[in-house]
Design a protein around this ligand. Structure first.
Ligand code: SF4
Ligand code: SF4
Length: 218
């Protein structure tokens, strides 16, 4: 097979100097700078509002609008009575390529509901935001539509979202004492793994017998 040799064009004298290219770049930069400064000054005086100024969003004071399909921090959707829609099927934990979801399922007192998550953690320090967990869920129980982007933390442990933060995205570590507001029984990560809440609150008397919880097992 014939090989076609491609020769690079020789740089001209002016191109070898690089000065014209540097000056061209500076001209563009300064044109934007003076244009934006002029329009920002005019806007602050209430003039020329029909002309846009800087193309930069003044983050974090002015967050950029996100597309509806943007994958942001996870949340667990809840039923009307305040329990999670999750039935503990483990599909999301199984499909997660980063292996950053940890679920422990418990028996649900309602025979129509298979199980519920006694524990549901997502380690955002490991998550790659692929969205597979959302796509695979048969119950629409997990979504990535909180529009929350700031997931920075001071420790790796604080990057782990537990069921409190997943069911209430407004919460963020360190969680204040008393923020265990969930009504159904679950292993509370805030107070040494004690079981909090009761099914009676949600389903009435007798429900607790149908849903034995063994925190020591988790
Ligand atoms: S977005 Fe992807 S990596 Fe993150 S928890 Fe879901 S499945 Fe795992
Ligand atoms: S969030 Fe959805 S896929 Fe994951 S365990 Fe719960 S029901 Fe199953």
């Amino acid at each position: 097979m014939a090989v076609k040799v491609m020769r690079r064009r020789e740089l001209t004298f002016w191109e070898q100097l690089y000065l014209p290219q540097i000056l061209t770049g500076l001209r563009i930069t300064f044109a934007h700078f003076f244009r934006n400064m002029f329009f920002h000054t005019a806007h602050s005086l209430g003039l020329l509002k029909q002309f846009a100024a800087a193309v930069t969003f003044q983050y974090p004071e002015q967050p950029r609008p996100l597309a509806n399909r943007f994958r942001s921090r996870h949340r667990l959707t809840v039923r009307e009575e305040g329990t999670p829609r999750c039935v503990g099927c483990m599909l999301c934990e199984t499909v997660c390529p980063a292996k950053c979801i940890t679920i422990v399922a418990g028996e649900h007192p309602d025979p129509n509901v298979e199980k519920y998550p006694v524990r549901f953690d997502i380690d955002l320090g490991v998550c790659v935001y692929c969205g597979f967990c959302v796509e695979v869920c048969p119950e629409d129980a997990i979504r990535m539509d909180t529009q929350i982007l700031d997931v920075a933390a001071y420790s790796r442990n604080a990057m782990k979202l537990d069921i409190h933060e997943l069911m209430n995205p407004a919460l963020r570590k360190p969680l204040p004492e008393g923020s265990c507001t969930l009504k159904f029984p679950h292993v509370c990560q805030l107070s040494g793994g004690h079981v909090k809440g009761s099914w009676e609150e949600v389903y009435g008397k007798g429900a607790a017998h149908a849903a034995p919880i063994h925190p020591g097992h988790y």
